[in-house]
Design a protein around this ligand. Structure first.
Ligand SMILES: [Ca+2]
Ligand SMILES: [Ca+2]
Ligand SMILES: [Ca+2]
Length: 280
């Protein structure tokens, strides 16, 4: 077990931050003084085999070692490997694990769908697409405290619902993959920005627009009904596998996946009922 971590550098350092804290540890007290820096969790929460990632600005790392309440623990870690980011694994002597301190949230991760816009109506004859309107999703980061990757999935549930799809309706999105086209759920970050995800700073927003073609083989069957569009913001852009079909987007599977790494779930998705079919 260890409670503190000490680092010595080849020169002065600043901006010491913890990228990943050992599991179960509270946020450490961070101190810097000249060529040295220290982290103090004030409890012996670092179990054997756990690791820590620290980021510093300035000189490279010369030596590092764990301590338990100020008592250095063998072994000391190697010198002469200057690198701005250093990962060190805790190998204090094994002891019976004791209950660890409650973990505290390290960072806030909050992606949000801010706004959706699209055509209010589409004028459809059988098999003739209407692409007169731009569909836009604005995605942003409301409360995060650091930059995060964010992706947006946009689902187009056809008039009457995808279960029966009585009008034989679909959208054709320029730049979509065959799977997206078949599933009617699109990585709207790639469609609108050309990249699978965007890296957003706290408070930053990005507008993602494209011109889908709306088409129905039998528009008269769904005259006056609307598409249902649902946009989902995925912080870390790591949940697309759970959000790439209409079933997943609308049955809760996608929400479960997206919510489990987003600090604020209320703004992760937005649903809008447009466009309305005007059959001709
Ligand atoms: Ca969120
Ligand atoms: Ca995610
Ligand atoms: Ca997730």
């Amino acid at each position: 077990m260890a409670s503190d971590f000490h680092m010595e550098f080849f020169g002065p350092v600043s901006n010491v931050t913890v990228d990943s804290n050992p599991p179960g540890c509270p946020q450490p007290l961070i101190s810097t003084s000249g060529n040295t820096a220290g982290l103090d969790w004030q409890v012996d929460c670092v179990d054997p085999g756990e690791s820590l990632t620290v980021r510093v600005t300035g000189a490279g790392l010369e030596c590092a070692y764990w301590t338990r309440f100020g008592v250095p623990l063998q072994p000391y870690f190697g010198c002469g490997t200057p690198t701005p980011t250093t990962t060190v694994t805790a190998t204090p002597a094994p002891v019976t694990p004791t209950s660890s301190a409650s973990p505290t949230p390290v960072q806030v991760h909050d992606a949000a769908v801010v706004r959706m816009k699209g055509p209010k109506y589409v004028d459809l004859s059988p098999g003739v697409p209407d692409s007169s309107g731009t569909t836009t999703v604005i995605v942003g980061k409301s409360f995060s405290d650091h930059a995060d990757d964010v992706s947006v999935d946009l689902a187009f549930d056809p008039p009457g619902g995808f279960g029966s799809n009585p009008g034989g309706c679909s959208v054709v999105v320029p730049g979509a993959t065959p799977a997206e086209q078949a599933n009617q759920v699109f990585n709207w970050t790639r469609i609108g920005a050309g990249t699978p995800f965007v890296n957003l700073l706290p408070g930053q927003k990005v507008t993602l627009s494209a011109n889908p073609q709306f088409v129905c083989t039998n528009p008269a069957a769904v005259n006056g009904l609307n598409w249902t569009l649902k946009a989902v913001a995925d912080v870390h852009a790591d949940d697309s596998a759970s959000c790439d079909t209409l079933g997943e987007v609308f049955n809760g599977a996608c929400a479960t996946a997206v919510n489990d790494d987003d600090t604020n779930d209320a703004n992760n998705s937005m649903v809008r009922g447009f466009p309305i079919v005007r059959a001709h």
